[in-house]
Design a protein around this ligand. Structure first.
Ligand code: C5P
Length: 240
């Protein structure tokens, strides 16, 4: 495990900047960072990244970029300028596209530290749905190939399901792993199919956990975050 600080990245899946900022202000002392997804990036827009970053925690812009290299580079640069600590890009876009994402983000971030997290295989795709798109490899093999590609072009890490953590540590152990689909014991799975508990994901080698509704839809989000941290006691050290 490379991560030694608070591993919780809260997914702020809310429609307005006001709600995102209000939630983030209350949660900031108890979490490791914030994730903004397509809802905030296409609604309030990328400026929300800078607003959240001013709270002092890293902001992960889950933009899931996938286009020709030149366009991805420009978009990644904008996200870097906006203050993103991490951005996502689809490894399916190919080596040159991933490399352009890294280049653009690095340019945009300037002196600030920033890295690309590659999406290896969407967790919503199984073998059958991959085959229907013409991809015959199994999700595991595809993850391995794409993780190697991500590492080769200088991506900082990957977003991966808990199931694929072992594959990543086999083929590209230097990559940071960010795992969604996390549910504390006893909390509804909602629409997630493959879930893991926070402690379970950490013990299988996750560096960061993306946690959304289990925190944001709790009547008391800060307490929910603190309770999740408590369930991970002993699996992470040096918590801030
Ligand atoms: O509310 P919940 O904890 O399920 O939120 C998970 C977050 O992680 C959402 O923002 C979702 O878009 C994101 N995500 C995911 N599965 C993936 C990639 C991202 O759930 N494979």
């Amino acid at each position: 495990m490379k991560q030694r600080e608070n591993p919780i990245l809260v997914a702020l899946d809310v429609p307005t900047a006001e709600r995102a900022v209000r939630l983030a202000e209350g949660l900031s002392p108890h979490v490791g960072g914030f994730k903004v997804g397509l809802e905030l990036l296409t609604g309030p827009g990328p400026r929300i990244i800078g607003v959240l970053a001013r709270l002092g925690k890293p902001v992960f812009a889950d933009a899931k970029l996938h286009d020709i290299p030149n366009t991805v580079k420009a978009a990644a640069r904008h996200l870097g300028v906006a203050g993103a600590r991490w951005i996502t890009a689809h490894a399916a876009g190919g080596k040159a596209m991933l490399a352009s994402a890294v280049e653009g983000l690095t340019e945009g971030a300037g002196a600030r530290r920033a890295g690309v997290l590659a999406i290896t295989v969407l967790t919503s795709l199984d073998q059958e749905s991959l085959a229907a798109t013409g991809v015959s490899a199994s999700p595991g093999r595809l993850t391995a190939r794409r993780a190697r590609l991500a590492a080769a072009v200088g991506c900082e890490g990957v977003v991966t399901s808990v199931k694929e953590l072992a594959v990543i540590s086999d083929v590209a152990p230097g990559l940071v792993t960010v795992v969604p689909g996390i549910r504390p014991p006893g909390v509804s799975a909602d629409d997630q199919v493959r879930t893991a508990t926070p402690a379970g994901a950490m013990s299988r080698g996750a560096d960061y956990l993306v946690i959304g509704r289990a925190i944001t839809q709790s009547p008391d989000p800060a307490t929910a975050a603190k309770e999740i941290l408590a369930t991970m006691n002993g699996r992470i050290s040096g918590l801030r």
